[in-house]
Design a protein around this ligand. Structure first.
Ligand SMILES: Cc1cc2nc3c(=O)[nH]c(=O)nc-3n(C[C@H](O)[C@H](O)[C@H](O)COP(=O)(O)OP(=O)(O)OC[C@H]3O[C@@H](n4cnc5c(N)ncnc54)[C@H](O)[C@@H]3O)c2cc1C
Ligand SMILES: NC(=O)c1ccc[n+]([C@@H]2O[C@H](COP(=O)([O-])OP(=O)(O)OC[C@H]3O[C@@H](n4cnc5c(N)ncnc54)[C@H](OP(=O)(O)O)[C@@H]3O)[C@@H](O)[C@H]2O)c1
Length: 234
C-alpha cells in the first residue's frame, strides 16, 4: 500500500457527531482509486507500544484524484475517530492506501441496491457519484437508515441526484423519528423486507452496522439468489 502525505483542506460538521474532512494530497500529488475503496491511518494509542490502524472509506468520486473526502462519526474514547476529530485545517496527515475490494461490479444485467446505516453511506456516495458521472445507465437504488432527525445529512444532494437521474432513487428511513417526521420510519432492514420483491436482476451492496448487514443478508437470501457485497464497519 502506498504511503501518502496530505493536508487537511476543509472541515464540515454535518450533524452533532458526523464530520466531513477533505484531504488535499501533497506527496504524491494524486492517487488513483476505485469508488468504494478506503484509506488507513496509523494512530498512536495510549498505553500501547504500536499504533492502531483504522480504515475510512473514500466518500468522493474516483474522478477526483488530487483530494479525498472522508466522512466519520465520533466514537467517544475511540482513537481513530478522536484523532480525525482533532485535526484542524492546514494540518499535515499521513495515510496508507487506497485499498479494499468493496467496489462496483461491472454487470450490465444487474440493478444495484445500496443499503447503508449511518456513515456507511461514505463508499456509496463515491460509487453513486462515480457511476452517474460516467453516464452509467443501470438502475441504482439507495436505502439509507439513521436514528433520528438530528442524524440527517446529504439529503438535498441525494434528492437532487434523484431528480436529475431518473434511474437513481433514494429512500431515507429513521429508526427513532420524532412525532413530526413524515418520511420513512423503521429500520432500513424493514425497508428492504417491504420493498424488495424480487432479487432476480439485483446486485446488493451493504455497508455500516454489522447487525444490519447480517439481517439484510438473510432477508435477501430468503428471497432468492443474487450477489451480495458487504463492508462491515463494526
Ligand atoms: C473498511 C472499513 C471502512 C470504514 N470506513 C469508515 C468511514 O468511512 N467512516 C466511519 O465513520 N467509520 C468507518 N469505519 C470504521 C472505522 O474504521 C473505525 O472503526 C471507527 O472510526 C471507530 O474507531 P475508533 O478508533 O474511534 O473507535 P474504536 O475504539 O475502534 O471503537 C469502539 C467501538 O465503537 C463502535 N464503532 C466502531 N465504528 C463505529 C462507527 N463508525 N459508528 C459507531 N460506532 C462505531 C464499535 O462497537 C467499536 O467496538 C470503517 C471500517 C472499515 C473496516
Ligand atoms: N447515536 C445515538 O443516539 C446513540 C444512542 C445510544 C447508543 N448509541 C450507540 O453508539 C453507537 C453508534 O450509534 P450510531 O447511531 O452512530 O449507529 P448505529 O447504532 O449503527 O445506528 C445507526 C442505524 O442503524 C440501525 N440499526 C442497528 N441495528 C440494525 C439492524 N440489525 N438492522 C437494521 N438497522 C439497524 C439503527 O437502528 P436502531 O435505532 O433501531 O438501533 C440506526 O437507525 C452504537 O454502538 C449505539 O448502540 C448511540
Amino acid at each position: 500500500m502506498e504511503s501518502v502525505q496530505a493536508k487537511v483542506s476543509r472541515i464540515r460538521d454535518l450533524t452533532h457527531n458526523v464530520r466531513e474532512l477533505e484531504l488535499i494530497l501533497c506527496e504524491p500529488a494524486a492517487i488513483s482509486f476505485k469508488a468504494g475503496q478506503f484509506i488507513s491511518f496509523d494512530i498512536p494509542k495510549e498505553g500501547y507500544p504500536y499504533p492502531v490502524t483504522r480504515p475510512y472509506s473514500i466518500a468522493s468520486p474516483s474522478s477526483t484524484s488530487d483530494r479525498v473526502l472522508l466522512l466519520f462519526n465520533l466514537v467517544p474514547g475511540g482513537p481513530g475517530s478522536t484523532y480525525l476529530f482533532s485535526l484542524r485545517e492546514g494540518d499535515p496527515v499521513r495515510f496508507k492506501g487506497p485499498a479494499g475490494s468493496f467496489t462496483l461490479r461491472e454487470d450490465p444485467t444487474k440493478q444495484m441496491l445500496f443499503v447503508a446505516t449511518g456513515t456507511g453511506i461514505a463508499p456509496f456516495r463515491s460509487m453513486i457519484l462515480s457511476y452517474l458521472e460516467r453516464d452509467g445507465t443501470r438502475p441504482l437504488m439507495l436505502f439509507w437508515g439513521v436514528r433520528s432527525e438530528r442524524d440527517l445529512y446529504y439529503q438535498d444532494e441525494f434528492k437532487d441526484l434523484a431528480d436529475r437521474y431518473p434511474h437513481f432513487s433514494f429512500v431515507m428511513t429513521l429508526s427513532q423519528p420524532g412525532s413530526e417526521w413524515t418520511g420513512g420510519r423503521g429500520r432500513v432492514s424493514s425497508l428492504v423486507q417491504e420493498r424488495v420483491t424480487s432479487v432476480r436482476d439485483l446486485a446488493v451492496y451493504l455497508c455500516g452496522n454489522g447487525n444490519m448487514i447480517k439481517d439484510v443478508t438473510s432477508y435477501i437470501q430468503a428471497k432468492g439468489l443474487c450477489p451480495i457485497y458487504r463492508e462491515k464497519y463494526y
